[in-house]
Design a protein around this ligand. Structure first.
Ligand SMILES: [Fe+2]
Ligand SMILES: [Fe+2]
Length: 348
């Protein structure tokens, strides 16, 4: 069905309205006529219109005031003021300032009137097409951005999985660590952007293990001192893999890789950093990683009880861990246990 343009016509004189209606009769438009500008405004607010024709001299509200109200509701609908030739120029200027597009002069001449309306309708059509195009482009850009973001997360989780592939830690371990980290960051009141970045980069903490020889990485018994020195290199290797990256997730991943085995008291590795010299992301991953390791069964150790784990973390407040984070952990260990249950290793 062909689109029928809608014209709203306002004049306190009913005869003028009838004249306009008859002049538009041969054109493919629908017309809503009003003698009262207030009723017309109410109609315009509720019904889309393509052109508005308004008289200037009206008892309840003059044409300029009417146009101002129309502009409050719709910023670009074409409005034409129908006015007497000898009307004051100031009125015309005021009408243009209020947002009138054009003037028509009484008495209206049929042919000129129809041509002007036709031109305005064309302009309106292009206006709407442009708007549609802009909206379409915007939604396309939005969808494309979402897709890129999803791909980025996909790549991140694949990199994370690759690192754990030959490790004895499980895929659920890195998922759980990401969730603990998010809870801790929320408890610290960090901003959403940081929390989100941390959530997606925490799984990269042990990516450097892909550079550790299997006989050390997979050794089921205690490492010798020499082996442990090599094992510690996973922090530096991980950092080296990620440091060239430009993206915020990989950048934070690099920071976490090199700092998640540092200790608050300076006794960690590889940098022997202490206190707030250790990046916050690394401190958050450190406590999350240890919690999960203690609560999991490993070839060389049994699962600890939650009581033993809480006690261990408390005893290490200010030693291994940032005291602010052990405080957060105290508030959160129920939540941590829920996370542990929802990503249970037996479901792997
Ligand atoms: Fe590690
Ligand atoms: Fe880990």
């Amino acid at each position: 069905m062909e689109y029928k343009a809608k014209i709203v016509s306002v004049d306190d004189n009913r005869l003028n309205l009838l004249l306009i209606e008859s002049m538009l009769e041969s054109m493919n438009v629908s017309i809503a006529s009003f003698t009262d500008p207030k009723t017309a405004l109410k109609y315009i607010r509720e019904n889309p219109a393509d052109i508005i024709l308004t008289d200037y001299m009206m008892p309840v509200m003059d044409g300029v005031t009417f146009i101002k109200h129309v502009r409050e509701a719709d910023s670009d609908i074409p409005v034409v003021m129908v006015t007497a030739v000898d009307d004051d120029d100031n009125v015309k200027i005021a009408a243009l300032q209020a947002g009138a597009y054009d003037f028509l002069y009484k008495p209206l001449k049929l042919y000129e009137f129809q041509v002007r309306i036709k031109n305005l309708l064309n302009m309106r059509k292009n206006q709407l097409l442009l708007k549609d195009r802009a909206a379409l482009l915007q939604s396309e850009v939005f969808a494309a951005t979402k897709q890129i973001e999803q791909r980025e997360f996909e790549s991140l989780s694949i990199i994370g999985r690759a690192s754990e592939y030959k490790d004895m830690e499980t895929g659920n371990h890195i998922k759980r660590v990401a969730h603990y980290c998010r809870e801790l960051a929320k408890d610290l009141g960090l901003d959403d952007e940081y929390i989100r970045t941390l959530f997606y980069s925490a799984p990269l903490h042990d990516i450097g293990k892909i550079g550790i020889p299997d006989n050390i990485l997979l050794k089921p018994s205690r490492l010798t001192d020499a082996e442990f020195v090599i094992m510690q290199q996973h922090t530096v290797i991980g950092h080296g893999i990620l440091i060239e990256a430009d993206g915020k997730y990989l950048k934070m991943g690099a920071e976490i890789a090199i700092s998640h085995h540092e200790r608050w008291d300076g006794g960690g590795y590889p940098g022997k950093l202490s206190g707030e010299d250790i990046p916050l992301s690394g401190r958050i991953v450190a406590i999350s990683d240890v919690f999960d390791a203690l609560m999991s069964k490993r070839p060389y150790k049994d699962k600890w009880s939650i009581g033993e784990t809480i006690a261990y973390i408390q005893n290490n407040s200010g030693k291994m861990f940032d005291p602010a984070l052990t405080d957060s952990f105290n508030r959160l260990h129920d939540v941590f246990q829920d996370i542990l249950k929802s990503y249970d290793d037996s479901q792997e």
